[in-house]
Each structure stands twice: as structure tokens, then as C-alpha cells.
Design a binder for this molecule. Structure first.
Ligand code: URA
Length: 272
């Protein structure tokens, strides 16, 4: 039998597999689901009426109560007058549950403080957690190569929808993203980019508040609005570079997105 793995070792092993593109686990023995279904049909047992759900379970299923955390995040974000102050506010913020789920440190941003383009990824991964900067692992290196090839090197500010690494590199939950959103919005207000590039489905859904798959959103322009309505920017969802590492054939689509974006950025930047 496999010796019991401690939590950290298990997380690190899962992260390693995820990096290698393994995103599903299968048992050793095949399960005949058709036979299982047939058995159930034969038994013709009518399902018992579900017991009334206790109120506490309903509350838990609706997600954690994040109202207070969001209020605190809004206040802390609004008080930050500079990106440095915002980075400090994030680092000392205790309202996001990810902070206590194994992350080593807060990971906020890298790039030019006055960049015309802001790239928003999903969440820091293992390498980002160690280095304290977003997109510095394999996916980040691919992103950097693509940005350089598109002539965008030095013209981007990079951040994520959440600022702590989710355990095992899982996708951040909508609640975690909602708690971090005031900081992200403040970063947009301070950097004042001309447009947003949203890397991956979890980023596009959270930032645009749309429940659509990334494959249907990518390559289409959307309008992003700040929650107070004071800011609005064009936003382009694209495929996540980690996905491109697993599915190299999809690189062509992401490249087209980047060219579309660069063309618009350069067109806007030219004097009339
Ligand atoms: N993936 C992301 O979405 N963000 C990072 O910072 C790294 C990997």
C-alpha cells in the first residue's frame, strides 16, 4: 500500500501532475456504469422523497457569507493611493480564506505601473507562490514569449483575480474572486490601462460577470465596467497559457487574439 502522504506532499504532487497536463484521475479497475444503471432499473425502486433540507445546509450550499470580507476589502482598496500601498493592503488583508489554505505569501502584480494593457489571470500557481509574482512559471514564460512576439513586452501590467495560491492549484471559487475583486478594481483604477486581456475562463467569467465558456468568449470584445460605473474599458478574453501548454494546437487562436488586441491598442495609441 502507498504510505500516507502528508497534506503538503499531496498538494505538491497534485500540482506537479496538473503542470504536466494531467487533469483527471482514473481508478485501476473499469466500472461498468451501464450495468449499474440496469441493476437500478430492474429494482424499480421509486426514489424516496427528499428529506427537507435543514436551513444551515441551505446556507452552506449558497456559499460562505462574504459580505463582511467584501466590505473590508473595499475599504482597504479605496484607501490605497498608490500601487505600492495597494500591494501592502493586499498583503495584510485577512478576509480571503485562501490566505490560510497553504499559500506562502500574497502575489499581486508585475509589470509597468502605467501599462496600456492589463492582463488578468486566474490565480497564482506553485512557482508564483514561491517567487511572489504572477505568471513566472511555465505558463508565464509562454505568456512572456507571446507578448514579446506581439511587440507588447514592457507594455503590460499583470495580475490575477485572486492574490493567494489556491490549494493544489484548483480554480478559485466565485466567492474568493468576489472578496479579491475590490483590490483588482482598484489596481485597474490606479494603472489606468486602455484595455484588459482576460486569460482563461475563470478570469473572464469573474471579471465580466458572465457565465459563458471561454471557448465561446475568447476573441470577442466585451465592455468591462467598474462597480461604481466610473470606469469602462474594452476587455478581450483569451485562452489561458497553461491551457496552451497542454493543447499546443490552440496556440493559433490565442495568437490571433493577441494580434487583434495589439492592433486595437496601437490604433488607439496613434495620434488622430
Ligand atoms: N496562472 C494564472 O492564472 N496566474 C498566474 O499567476 C500563474 C498561472
Amino acid at each position: 500500500m502507498t504510505p500516507a502522504l502528508d497534506r503538503r506532499a499531496a498538494e505538491s504532487l497534485l500540482a506537479f501532475w496538473a503542470e504536466a497536463g494531467i487533469d483527471a484521475l482514473y481508478g485501476d479497475d473499469a466500472v461498468d456504469r451501464l450495468a449499474e444503471g440496469a441493476e437500478r432499473l430492474k429494482a424499480k425502486v421509486r426514489p424516496a422523497a427528499p428529506a427537507p433540507t435543514p436551513l444551515r445546509t441551505v446556507r452552506a450550499a449558497a456559499g460562505p457569507d462574504i459580505g463582511e470580507a467584501v466590505t473590508q476589502a473595499r475599504a482597504a482598496a479605496a484607501a490605497a493611493e498608490t500601487l505600492e500601498a495597494l500591494a501592502e493592503a493586499i498583503a495584510s488583508f485577512e478576509g480571503c480564506s485562501l490566505r490560510t489554505e497553504g499559500a506562502r505569501q500574497a502575489v499581486f502584480s508585475r509589470g509597468a505601473a502605467d501599462a496600456p494593457l492589463m492582463i488578468i489571470g486566474e490565480a497564482p500557481g506553485a512557482e508564483e507562490d514561491v517567487q511572489g509574482a504572477p505568471f513566472v512559471g511555465r505558463a508565464g514564460k509562454l505568456l512572456d514569449r507571446m507578448l514579446a512576439a506581439a511587440g507588447l513586452e514592457g507594455r503590460v501590467f499583470i495580475t490575477n483575480t485572486v492574490f493567494w495560491r489556491p490549494p493544489g492549484n484548483r480554480t478559485p471559487t466565485p466567492a474568493e474572486q468576489a472578496v479579491c475583486a475590490p483590490f483588482l478594481e482598484r489596481a485597474i483604477a490606479l494603472v489606468k490601462p486602455r484595455m484588459l486581456l482576460l486569460a482563461g475562463g475563470a478570469s473572464a467569467k469573474a471579471v465580466l460577470k458572465r457565465d459563458e465558456g471561454i471557448l465561446s468568449m475568447r476573441g470577442r470584445w466585451f465592455e468591462w465596467k467598474s462597480s461604481d460605473g466610473a470606469l469602462d474599458l474594452p476587455a478581450l478574453p483569451t485562452l489561458h497559457p497553461a491551457f496552451l501548454l497542454r493543447q499546443p494546437a490552440a496556440k493559433k487562436k490565442a495568437w490571433l487574439d493577441l494580434l487583434t488586441l495589439t492592433e486595437r491598442l496601437d490604433r488607439q495609441g496613434r495620434p488622430e
